[in-house]
Design a protein around this ligand. Structure first.
Ligand code: NAP
Length: 256
């Protein structure tokens, strides 16, 4: 059988779940692409390729040389560059692109959120008065908080923040979700945290800190996602599975 070839751009739980479902199908050849940022990546259910493609141009070359029929961008809501590259490469090649992006968290009664548009805005929103900050935005962007060295930081990330933050008072925690609410409450209490800084990543694995902050009455500085328009979007793995079949069928019809 001539298998249809799917490239999933991953690095998220949804990408792995989707790969798991698509990988079971005998009519598909599925490859998962990872940036290679995580030192000890979780095992994946389909063949994996690792590392950047070399920008949008490199991605175009990869799609052509691997005869890809469908690209599924299941990267993190805040992985802006790879998503932009996927859109450019899809437009350049005509190969359909499906964006799988989980919904963001919604504010509920009891939440004390301040929504900000960027990491830089989050740094500013902490204010002048020293605070005890739980920083959970990933190791790559944490360094922006060196601009506000008056605060105490508890920084949690999957891999070490290297070099450490250029601030006098920071502690580091290495951990990979999912995080249970009761453990998050205990952590926030033990470190006497008075503000949580998070991206609006959505999903269950890291929601615990948001719920914990609500239950403890703590404010959350929530960095919102960049707004982008995609032609084909799914918010769940189930939706993505349906749309993937639709896109594969229409791509074949065009005889490309
Ligand atoms: P990014 O800024 O959008 O991407 C930077 C560069 O990394 C891209 O231009 C590309 O290099 C390469 N890249 C990113 N994702 C890739 C993938 N899945 N396969 C191959 N190359 C990839 O991305 P980021 O924010 O650094 O995130 C990197 C990875 O971590 C992503 O896979 C994302 O899903 C995951 N992640 C990100 C966050 C976050 O908060 N940003 C959180 C959790 C997980 P080339 O231009 O050379 O192709």
């Amino acid at each position: 059988m001539d298998k249809r070839r799917i490239l999933i751009l991953g690095g998220t739980t949804e990408a792995r779940d989707l790969a798991d479902r698509l990988g079971e199908r005998p009519d598909l050849a599925v490859t998962l692409s990872l940036a290679g940022r995580t030192l000890d990546p979780a095992p994946q259910p389909v063949p994996v390729r690792t590392g950047g493609f070399g920008g949008a141009e490199g991605l175009v070359t990869h799609l052509a040389s691997h005869a890809i029929d469908l690209v599924i961008d299941a990267t993190h809501p805040f992985a802006k560059q790879i998503s932009a590259n996927a859109r450019t490469a899809s437009a350049a090649t005509g190969i359909p692109l499906l964006r799988l992006e989980r919904l963001g968290w919604e504010e509920v009664s009891g939440d004390r959120w301040t929504r900000v548009a960027s990491v830089t805005d989050a740094v500013m929103a902490l204010g002048e008065v020293p605070r005890r900050v739980f920083l959970t935005i990933g190791r790559q962007e944490a360094k922006a908080f060196a601009a506000a060295p008056q605060h105490h930081y508890l920084v949690r990330s999957v891999d070490p923040v290297d070099p450490p933050l250029d601030v006098p008072d920071a502690q580091y925690l290495l951990a990979r979700g999912p995080f249970a609410v009761e453990n998050e409450i205990a952590l926030l209490r033990a470190h006497r945290i008075d503000v949580v800084v998070s991206k609006n990543s959505g999903g269950e694995a890291t929601r615990g800190k948001i719920v914990a902050a609500r239950l403890l009455g703590l404010p959350v500085l929530l960095i919102e996602r960049p707004a982008v328009a995609d032609d084909h979007r799914a918010e769940t793995v189930e939706d993505a599975l349906r749309l993937a079949d639709h896109l594969l069928a229409s791509f074949r019809k065009r005889g490309v």
